[in-house]
Design a protein around this ligand. Structure first.
Ligand code: GYE
Length: 358
């Protein structure tokens, strides 16, 4: 067809559109000429612009290629968290590219950039080792069309930079831990508590510490020392041993440990110092893993605040909704969690144990 003819048709088209513009009575429906990628309707309540995928609106798990940026090895909780993703991805035929950051946020940021530049990846899932440092790569994900979801951990970046966060309310966990410690220390004249905090910079630790301090005043608890145990038994045992040897710090009646491994480390140190955990010193942990339950059953651990690691299915289901442009996803989906006490009794706790998946 000769160029001129095309030009002629193009001209008449412009005429039709401008006609509609000037309020003429022509009945033809004016097609919208807006490019499809940023149609306004693909924006969530938090202002996140959902990147449009070629497969939309019929994307399936088989279309999903996930770059999963994990924290690194930490303990039973993290192992269960990883498995919940691996299992669901295998079941659904999802391509899961897992990056283990070995606990280093700088590794996570460079992996994020790599996934942003990987044209096969359409979803990026982040369990952040630190709340800071992700603004640039989150912005880059917007320009490279990657759907971003935060699992478990929080970041300080704007919620408009990710589709949703799915994970625990760590502040609430800290508040529950303080309430539990108040119950355990109710007959103690003094309520000095030492805190074994999570890895420095991790949102889980920062918010648990915040929540505990918000509620500890309810029964007059004083935090007399605080140090990271790096989510680990050995580090936490060493920290507690040092406190027990320190004349100025050894007078404490409670230990608030940010996870079960840290609580178990403190319990070992207390026992080796000739004291009775659960009698002389009350210990509160977080996670409620199998090892935490074992310590509740022998009453060396006084209370354990549940933190659910089995987030894989929920997160990947949310990712599929995001690929299909679902704007109704809230920016935060909190996990439903409880708490457990040694006071429930060994039999009752043993009856619960078989139902625990981690
Ligand atoms: O409590 C701890 C893990 O982010 C909730 O990280 C998670 C925490 C969990 O190492 O055991």
């Amino acid at each position: 067809m000769k160029i001129t003819k095309i030009f002629g048709i193009f001209l008449s088209a412009i005429f039709i559109f401008s006609a509609v513009g000037c309020g003429s009575t022509a009945t033809t429906v004016a097609p919208t000429l807006v490019p499809p990628t940023t149609v306004a309707s693909l924006i969530t309540d938090s202002g996140y612009v959902i990147p449009a995928q070629k497969c939309v609106p019929n994307c399936t798990y088989k279309d999903m290629v996930v770059g999963f940026i994990q924290t690194g090895p930490e303990g039973a909780w993290r192992t269960a968290n990883n498995a919940s993703f691996d299992e669901f991805a295998a079941q659904q035929g999802i391509t899961l590219k897992v990056y283990d950051a070995q606990g280093k946020v700088e590794n996570q940021i460079s992996a994020f950039h790599t996934f942003n530049q990987d044209s096969t990846v359409n979803v990026i899932i982040l369990a952040a080792d630190d709340t800071k440092g992700f603004d640039d790569v989150l912005q880059e994900a917007k320009s490279t069309g990657k759907l971003v979801i935060l699992e478990d951990r929080t970041v300080d970046s704007s919620a408009a930079l990710y589709y949703t966060r799915i994970g625990s309310d760590f502040v609430a966990e800290g508040q529950k831990a303080a309430a539990a410690m108040c119950t355990l220390l109710k007959d103690f004249a003094k309520k000095n508590v030492v805190e074994i905090s999570g890895a420095v910079g991790a949102g889980a630790g920062i918010d648990r510490a915040k929540g505990f301090r918000q509620k500890m005043g309810d029964c007059g608890i004083t935090i007399t020392a605080s140090q990271t145990g790096n989510w680990a038994v050995a580090d936490s045992k060493a920290v507690t041993e040092a406190w027990l040897k320190d004349a100025a710090l050894k007078d404490f009646q409670g230990v608030f440990a940010h996870n079960d491994e840290e609580a178990l480390g403190a319990i070992q140190a207390i026992q080796e110092a000739g004291l009775k955990p659960g009698v002389d010193v009350m210990v509160v942990g977080v996670d409620a893993t199998k090892d935490g339950f074992a310590a509740l059953i022998d009453a060396t651990l006084g209370a354990d605040i549940e933190c659910n690691p089995l987030l894989g299915p929920q997160v990947l289901e949310a990712a599929l909704k995001g690929l299909n442009g679902d704007t109704t996803m809230p920016s935060y989906v909190p996990s439903q969690e409880g708490e457990f006490f040694a006071a429930q009794g060994a039999d009752a706790l043993k009856a619960i144990l078989p139902t625990r998946k981690y």
